[in-house]
Write a protein that binds this ligand. Structure first.
Ligand code: HSE
Length: 400
């Protein structure tokens, strides 16, 4: 029998406990032994819960119980979660988590600690919710030189954009629904401003390219400035606006990573990814493009990935899974400014002036005093030079 302790009884933690109960026989059979939740740690009390007798309010109980072999950390953040993760590993327990912030910021250090103790630190649920993506990158695609990863990595923002575009919801109403469905972070600012997507693209790039990327250094834009007018122009182009995280390996052994809303033409399959679904494209020199699609947030999809890691950890007590990346150097991350793409631009000017500034453009629409057009391929650096201090109403990369 394997005993586990669940730290944090929020959306994901309660989903893990529920899933282990619902699929008890299947999970125990996959793990080749009984999987039992021995403790649940939470600062809140749940006297009416069917699991009330499992709750403890002191981490020491779990830390000092040698029968607990796997700790599931679903507290989130980098405070108590960081401390308890390290203490669990030092106490000889493998740790499984959905905590993307902790993995993106301290993953390299925790993996090193787990390596020293011959234990596992597994975090499949930290990217893409229920979508299998980290194992495919580190195992199934390991014969490839991966040169690009991009995707829709945040269920909340994709849900909001879909609800606004397809159902005419307001931003506020759509966000309220995303919270009620358990998609949004405790502080949804991390979703809206692209920070959650940033953490996830960093984890993907860490794994695929082998060195740590500091999320604080990744240029990150969210969905807060997307207007209904931008969405309407995208529709005229037969396209949609989606929040995309992207990382590319450069020839000179550096990596470009950034997060921003993009215009996705219909030819890009990601344009049809709606609601809470995520989709990740991995480009490798042998496989070409591989796509991974599924529910990117929510209680049971995320619990599905966490519990699969629990099963894996239970089957590998004395055989570490090879998941690891290096520390990375200061100059490892380069600026996306030099990356060329086509662009969608809205600016307060007429067609003649736009052509004078940008050269050849394709006009999408014009209103008194403002024009919407596409231009490029051209780098952001060249665009900024051409603008020479002039301000734009809006500007998006086009991801063909
Ligand atoms: N807030 C996250 C999202 C949860 O909406 O994608 C899953 O990581």
């Amino acid at each position: 029998m394997v005993n586990i302790a669940v730290l944090g009884y929020g959306v994901v933690g309660s989903g893990v406990v529920e899933l282990i109960k619902t699929n008890y026989e299947k999970i125990s059979s996959s793990a080749a032994q009984e999987v039992k939740v021995k403790y649940i740690l939470d600062v809140r009390s749940f006297p009416d819960s069917p699991y009330a007798e499992l709750f403890v309010d002191s981490f020491e109980v779990i830390e000092n119980d040698p029968q607990v072999q796997i700790v599931v950390e679903t507290i989130g953040g980098t405070g108590a979660a960081y401390e308890y993760t390290k203490r669990s590993i030092l106490a000889g327990k493998s740790v499984v988590t959905s905590n993307k912030e902790l993995v993106a910021v301290h993953g390299q250090e925790i993996l090193e600690l787990a390596r020293q103790k011959n234990l596992n630190y597994l975090f499949e649920a930290s990217v893409g919710g229920g979508i299998p993506i980290l194992r495919p990158i580190s195992q199934c695609l390991s014969a490839n030189e991966i040169y690009e990863i991009y995707g829709i990595l945040n269920g909340t923002t994709n849900y909001i954009l879909s609800q606004m575009l397809l159902n005419g919801s307001s931003f506020e109403k759509a966000l309220e629904n995303a919270k009620a469905k358990g998609y949004a972070e405790a502080d949804p600012t991390a979703d809206i401003k692209g920070i959650d997507t940033c953490r996830k693209i960093c984890i993907l790039a860490d794994l695929a390219f082998g060195s740590h990327i500091n999320p604080d250094r990744v240029p990150t834009y969210g969905i807060e400035n997307i207007t209904e007018e931008d969405m309407a122009y995208a529709k005229v182009m037969g396209a949609k606006i989606k929040l995309v995280g992207r990382a590319l390996r450069r020839e000179e052994d550096s990596v470009v990573a950034y997060v921003a809303p993009h215009i996705l033409p219909e030819s890009n399959l990601l344009s049809n990814v709606e609601d809470v679904f995520n989709c990740i494209v991995v480009r490798g020199n042998a496989i070409g493009d591989a796509m991974f699609y599924g529910k990117g947030a929510g209680k049971l999809p995320t619990a599905s990935a966490v519990v699969a890691d629990v099963i894996d950890a239970a089957k590998h007590f004395n055989a570490r899974k090879y998941i690891y990346w290096e520390k990375g150097s200061e100059d490892y991350l380069s600026d996306p400014l030099l990356m060329e793409s086509r662009w969608f631009i809205r600016a307060e000017m007429g067609e003649e002036e736009a052509e004078k500034i940008f050269g050849s453009i394709q006009v999408i629409g014009e209103k008194p005093g403002a024009i919407a057009f596409t231009v490029g391929p051209v780098s952001e650096k060249v665009l900024i030079e051409k603008l020479n201090g002039r301000r734009l109403i809006s500007c998006y990369r086009i991801l063909d």
